[in-house]
Ligand binder design. Sequence first.
Ligand SMILES: [Zn+2]
Length: 198
Amino acid sequence: MRTSPTDLITPVRPMTKVAIQQEALAILARLYPEALETPCAVPILRFLEEDMEFEYGLRLVVLESMWPREGGARPQEHPDGAGISFSQDRFDLLCRDNVSARFLGAHEFGHAMLHLDQLQVERQDGVPRFVGLKLRSQVKPYMDPEWQADTFASHLLLPEPMLRLVVNDLGWSESRIAGVFRVPRATIEIRLSSPRAA
Ligand SMILES: [Zn+2]
């Protein structure tokens, strides 16, 4: 979910890029080790529909509308239980293997893997709200759940060892990388412009 500096977010446990990268690689090793051996498109839809429930007890719910949002994480206290919610139109795009919907799916999966145990909900006038909300501009990036989920998504879809292989050893172009891994071009550009292992 994209945010702006004026959004309210819940700060989470600090994580470095390297720690998030290692978490993404560990989850791939458990769910889809092929992704660490050969350049390929990680099956995000399967992670959300099957693995999240069978491996982690978290459920995917698709809602007609989540306006103004497109997806989000549900903590334990939610009536639908802990897991990830997706809007119907984003889910349809994910089913068609749309690259931005794949990134959103990986981002929400990141919230499920990294943040669900840290989110608390309270009810105010019957309306559930997250506890401890702060302006995003006041939260350090490494404690920002949206930054963490974006970093996780990038490393889940484009595992660092595979990126190094295709860039350094195979000399692939960005468009070939985007096509094989099914990731947005912007994700590749960010990764290639960052220091190694960033
Ligand atoms: Zn998010």
